[in-house]
Design a protein around this ligand. Structure first.
Ligand SMILES: CSC[C@H]1O[C@H](OP(=O)(O)O)[C@H](O)[C@@H]1O
Length: 344
């Protein structure tokens, strides 16, 4: 099942809000449809958001009928700005748009139609590179997984969050492919249930043993000795190794520390933001109250109750055993080891 696909000049996005019940694609002919899809988590997950935004910029550019190149460039820059404000935490969104804008600004010919084709090639490259990046993270990460292992994961950092086999779930898939005897415990991940709806769906499809639990069970699961390691994804990693990921990740990391369990983060280098020194600088998205006050469309809290709904939290680097990237595995001190992997 492809997270997204480019068909006849349109981007088709698998609508993840309907999974696992229905697998339907949203046909995006306008870039604004891609903006909506990102905002409502029809497409979600840092790498997938980046790829979708790149294709969204291509759609916006394709619709322009500018008088000349300068007008075209100014209009595409505005489209990039409109895409960039859809979700603030996953750095891959801005990373992908910045990469597309570099192509736009570095293009020397005056032929706008050819420039549109060049932008499409760059979006395809971003998508293809993420496929390969997932494979490499799987290769590096599976070496950290014991022959027999029960792995806890949080949210969905799988194929549905990327263009390939996933980041955290990519490591799990690679370990399974390598013949290791692994099983997965999936946190349901309130409030939007990416774990219950998406991670379990991916694992069932792959016939990888998976057990669903509510988020508040993770501590007792570890206390019962049922977890060997934790692997999660990331939306933005600061230069010092602080990790922004789905809300609830920080609590899992604290529990893993308490129980002496390895806590691994799998993320491509495009998720590491060297412009931010520590997790304090990572913007955290706050989402609509109704995501918390409603469950399956039913109001479960009193009308008007105050709500706090951050979509992400920050796990400090000292709780992270290793960061599995597409260029290798980084261990503390992350400021040095991440920079070295990036060739900085
Ligand atoms: C491989 S990135 C996956 C990452 O994105 C998820 O957030 P969301 O579902 O809100 O896009 C979650 O933090 C995952 O770990």
């Amino acid at each position: 099942m492809e997270t997204m696909r480019w068909v006849d000049g349109c981007l088709e996005i698998l609508d993840q809000t309907l999974l696992p019940g229905k697998a339907e694609y949203i046909k995006c002919e306008q870039y604004t449809t891609v903006c909506d899809a990102i905002c409502r988590l029809s497409v979600r997950g840092a790498p997938a958001i980046g790829a979708a935004a790149a294709y969204g910029l291509v759609l916006g550019a394709a619709a322009l009928k500018p008088a000349g190149k300068d007008e075209f460039i100014a209009a595409v820059e505005q489209i990039a700005r409109n895409l960039s404000v859809t979700r603030p935490t996953a750095v891959n969104l801005q990373w992908a748009l910045d990469r597309m804008l570099r192509v736009l600004h570095n293009y020397t010919s005056g032929n706008v139609e050819d420039l549109k084709e060049t932008l499409l090639r760059e979006a395809h490259a971003i998508y293809a590179e993420d496929l390969e990046s997932n494979r490499r993270m799987g290769e590096f990460g599976e070496k950290l997984v014991p022959t027999n292992a029960a792995i806890l994961t949080h949210c969905n950092a799988g194929a549905l969050a990327t263009a390939g086999i996933g980041t955290a779930l990519g490591v799990i898939r690679a370990a399974h492919q390598a013949g290791k005897n692994i099983s997965v415990y999936a946190d349901e991940t309130r409030p939007l249930l990416q774990g219950a709806r998406l991670t379990t769906w991916e694992m069932v499809q792959e016939k990888i043993p998976v057990t669903l639990l509510t988020d508040n069970m993770a501590g007792y699961l570890m206390a019962c000795g049922k977890v060997d390691l934790v692997i999660v994804g990331a939306d933005r990693i600061a230069a010092n190794g602080d990790v922004a990921n789905k809300i609830g990740t920080y609590g899992v990391a604290v529990l893993a520390k308490e129980h002496g369990l390895p806590f691994y983060v799998a993320a491509p280098m495009s998720t590491i933001d060297f412009n931010i020194a520590s997790g304090q600088g990572i913007p955290i998205e706050n989402r609509d109250d109704r995501e918390v006050t409603c469950f399956a469309g039913q109001q479960v809290a009193p009308e008007g109750v105050k709500v706090w709904n951050p979509a992400f939290d920050v796990t400090p680097a000292h709780l992270v055993t290793a960061i599995i990237t597409d260029r290798g595995v980084a261990r503390p001190p992350y400021t040095e080891t991440l920079a070295a992997l990036a060739g900085r």
